[in-house]
Design a protein around this ligand. Sequence first.
Ligand code: NAI
Ligand SMILES: O=C(O)/C=C/C=C(\O)C(=O)O
Length: 501
Amino acid sequence: MASRGEDFLQRRRRWSVAATIRNFVGGRYAEDTAAGFDKVSPVDGTVTARVQEAGQSLVDRAVSAARKALHGPWGDTSVQERARLLRRIADRIDERADELLAAEVSDTGKPVSLAKELDIARAAGNFRAFADVVAATGLDSYLTEFPGGRALNYAVRKPLGVVAVIVPWNLPLLLLTWKVAPALASGNTVVVKPSELTPAGATLLAEILTEAGVPDGVYNVVHGFGPGSAGEALTSHPGVDGITFTGESSTGSAIMRAAAPRVRPVSFELGGKNAALVFADADLGKTVDGLARSVFTNTGQVCLCTERVYVQREVFDEVASGLAERAAALRPGRPEDPATTTGPLISLEHREKVLSYLKLAEQDGAKVVAGGGIPAMGPELDGGAWIEPTLWTGLDHSSRVVREEVFGPVAALIPFDTEEEAVTLANDTDYGLAAAVWTTNLERGHRVAQRMNVGMAWVNTWFLRDLRSPFGGVGLSGIGREGGTHSLDFYTEPTNVCVQL
Ligand SMILES: NC(=O)C1=CN([C@@H]2O[C@H](COP(=O)(O)OP(=O)(O)OC[C@H]3O[C@@H](n4cnc5c(N)ncnc54)[C@H](O)[C@@H]3O)[C@@H](O)[C@H]2O)C=CC1
Ligand SMILES: O=C(O)/C=C/C=C(\O)C(=O)O
């Protein structure tokens, strides 16, 4: 085992990320592993770190450490103690926000301004929100009357146990803490497998949790890939009691198969092909602002991003040209440059996927009204995964571009005539994560939002979050809900006690 002190010192260098990113097991960095892989910057294609890949034996050790911690003093902590601990973690995140920011930016290449406002703020916010939720939430109790007697029924929550947390690369710290905070609030221990593309933040969080007083073995990190690597070893591990996952729908299916033999609970937040519905009565200025945010935020790499924009015919041209202007105004560049308003895609491999849809759109007869290719970034940045924000009109609803999740800064704009037609088009998808309705007619806003076959529908806004609300999707977009007490429902098992009086 490497000493904890050495690593802390190494990692305290502001704005730089340690050259070696290691696994964290039982409260310590694990010894060097035989296998490893490079972390490549999406900004310029340079190698920024070497990541130690966990094999089966290290995953075994991580799960054992988590099990041992569950049966140690952590298992006896009260809800109030855990709520206090979560608040200390949030405070420590604030104190080390610059280092987390450096890790997030190095992981993803996203603009510093975005990472600061969205990801780092939410990391602390997630711990505070679940401290509040767990402290305030009780369970049902009933006085049960029956002929000749009465009984008291009440339920107590117990932690699920050892939870595997598998997260993707698009909002790595936000999504990790969104799962780790309620898992710890509920008294579980976790083994985290961050995306192989974004390993730094989860590792730094291990130090922060340890400093805040999280006992050894409660939070473990194993690095690696999915199939044949740490991801598969973890999700198929018999010592894991539940799996929470965010990522692609097909990965969700693979994880479900891994969970099936022992019938373990899963919570899945998967992909989306989210629609925006713009009615002619919408405030078009605000709508185009909102649409631009919903299509282009994080270079379109948020599961909630809009990729289908249905616009009532009489305002179609105005909305299309307004949104195209917004696309053209986005400034790609280095994350730390204050003028930068958009980052690269996560990797050259992901850019290949997005480019394949750009090509397909043209083959399917799309008119490209913005972007459509790779921007010239200059010799320093041309090795990065840059892509132009892209908008299409003229695509048929049957095109794969309109039906499949692209996960980039792209959208197809499609006209409609009636509310009924808009609702039918928006719901004509295998996914069902999010939708946004843009109208000044609030009656219509409520009506249409409620008819959306999704987990989350916004009216005149997008990605406005209350962390107590249910978050998740239907169809290919997921199983279950997280957020507020919905998270506690996943991360705990209630035991009902019935006492005859
Ligand atoms: N929230 C969303 O909707 C997201 C969607 N995507 C989409 O998924 C595509 C692929 O991106 P990936 O990063 O490869 O997403 P992914 O779903 O394959 O990976 C997400 C996480 O799951 C792990 N994983 C993959 N296969 C696994 C397996 N069989 N068992 C256990 N863990 C496994 C990965 O290592 C990573 O930590 C992207 O091009 C994008 O379109 C990616 C990230 C998030
Ligand atoms: O919890 C949130 O506010 C955001 C979640 C976003 C995703 O799940 C995603 O992009 O995968």
